[in-house]
Ligand binder design. Structure first.
Ligand SMILES: Nc1ncnc2c1ncn2[C@@H]1O[C@H](COP(=O)(O)OP(=O)(O)O)[C@@H](O)[C@H]1O
Ligand SMILES: [Mg+2]
Length: 407
């Protein structure tokens, strides 16, 4: 058994080169840092992946993300030796995959991992549960036991009611669920998912992402997930590895990728992403500015310094009113001096664990947001200006990169 936090899959300086003499000059050139296009021009060999190293921890959803042709499928296919590696090692639970042959390799694939592809074929003449448990049939499991396992896997993906339906009665999204159920059916430690949701339309795709996360919460598999979509990657990953032209550009958590993109290439990707989805409120929170309800409006505004707002709280520390500096200034200009006249009761609240996307709208209106704990007590405040700045930061990074490129 492996412990949590332990490495389950490791890539150690892995190269995969396609062509008649993969370990020859093409490898040398690639190892020397030459771009794959130039290697191909000089040697006629295609570099699939070059010097790829990463570790996938037990229980982690590790996403490999990159554009088409960046080497994602090549990489995932070395994990179950659908591809040999040209150089380096892929190690799964202490086993050097390259060394496996014949029946040992088959057993390794069957017992250790389930695979889900973008396109996979269901047997049209078998019903859903039979399709789901087909791998177990191959292993010689008896029908009753197989059906039990299939039903469990199907209920995991919300398809138990369809177990006896024919394949043609299922939509594309449902068929993809069967693919996932089939991978889960033998209860492998590892799931390998290559663009498994990429062919689905956006709504169904999001549902599948949510379901994968829910399943993961229950089963704690180790998932190597491939996608060309950074939004999807950041949404479901514990960590993501970004590939470009076969090499690793950056490995990190969603937040690290968004806030510290390794270079302009990553920053350009990041620009397309709705950042609030992955940045925690906790990383942007300020201590609460608490206003004395007995003070005058002028004194209250003064007490806020350069904050855009503060809150009045009740005896239990729960926020009851927001003083927004903008509103206060215009009230003062109109001769209002009573604090109570300017306090707003319709303010937004959020929690430390929430993500910033829940707070866009209020931030966009310039309103401070109350951060509260489980008891509803004020524990912090989000400044709208800071949220908007954080959102704009990565765009600037990209702008800077664009300028550099053309200088
Ligand atoms: N069997 C193969 N023979 C030759 N070249 C290949 C083969 N498989 C992949 N490649 C090349 O390797 C590179 C990476 O491909 P792939 O891993 O399929 O990328 P991705 O999955 O990220 O779209 C591409 O340049 C592709 O053309
Ligand atoms: Mg691919």
């Amino acid at each position: 058994m492996t412990e949590a936090g332990e490495t389950l899959i490791s890539f150690e300086e892995v190269y995969k080169i396609f062509g008649p003499n993969p370990r020859g000059r093409a490898f040398e050139l690639s190892q020397g840092g030459m771009h794959k296009d130039e290697v191909q021009r000089q040697t006629g060999h295609v570099v699939g992946i070059t010097d790829v190293s990463f570790e996938v921890k037990k229980g982690e959803i590790f996403v490999v993300m990159g554009l088409s042709g960046s080497g994602k499928s090549t990489a995932i296919r070395t994990v179950n030796k659908l591809h040999d590696v040209t150089h380096g090692r892929v190690v799964v639970e202490g086993t050097d995959v390259q060394q496996l042959e014949g029946p040992a390799l088959q057993q390794f694939r069957r017992e250790k991992m389930g695979m889900v592809f973008q396109h996979f074929a269901l047997f049209p003449h078998r019903n859903i549960w039979e399709n789901t448990s087909y791998g177990l049939k191959v292993q010689g499991m008896e029908k009753k036991e197989r059906r039990k396992k299939a039903m469990e896997a199907l209920s995991m993906v919300g398809l138990e009611a369809y177990a006896f339906n024919a394949v043609r009665e299922l939509s594309g999204g449902m068929q993809q669920r069967v693919g996932l159920a089939r991978a889960l059916c033998s209860d492998p430690d590892i799931l390998l998912m290559d663009e498994a949701f990429s062919a689905l339309d956006p709504l169904i795709r999001r549902q599948m992402q949510d379901e994968l996360l829910a399943i993961q919460e229950k089963l704690h598999k180790t998932i190597l997930f491939i996608t060309h979509d950074l939004n999807e990657a950041l949404r479901i990953c514990n960590r993501v590895c970004i590939l470009r032209d076969g090499y690793v550009v950056q490995i990190g958590t969603a937040e690290e990728i968004l806030t510290q993109p390794a270079d302009g290439y990553v920053a350009e990707f990041v620009q397309d992403v709705d950042q609030g989805r992955v940045i925690d409120v906790a990383s942007m929170v300020n201590p609460p500015a608490i206003i004395d309800p007995g003070s005058t409006l002028v004194a209250a505004v003064d007490s806020l310094g350069d904050r855009q707002g503060g809150f009045v709280v009740d005896a239990d520390g729960r926020p009851t009113g927001l003083l927004h500096v903008g509103a206060a200034s215009s009230a003062l200009a109109h001769g209002t001096t009573a604090l109570a006249d300017v306090l707003q009761t319709d303010f937004e609240t959020t929690t430390m664990e929430a993500r910033l996307n829940h707070n866009y709208a209020a931030a966009g209106r310039g309103l401070p947001i109350a951060v509260i704990d489980e008891a509803g007590r004020l524990v912090g405040e989000l400044e709208p200006r800071e949220i908007m700045e954080e959102m704009g930061r990565v765009e600037e990074l990209v702008d800077g990169f664009e300028r550099e490129k053309f200088l």
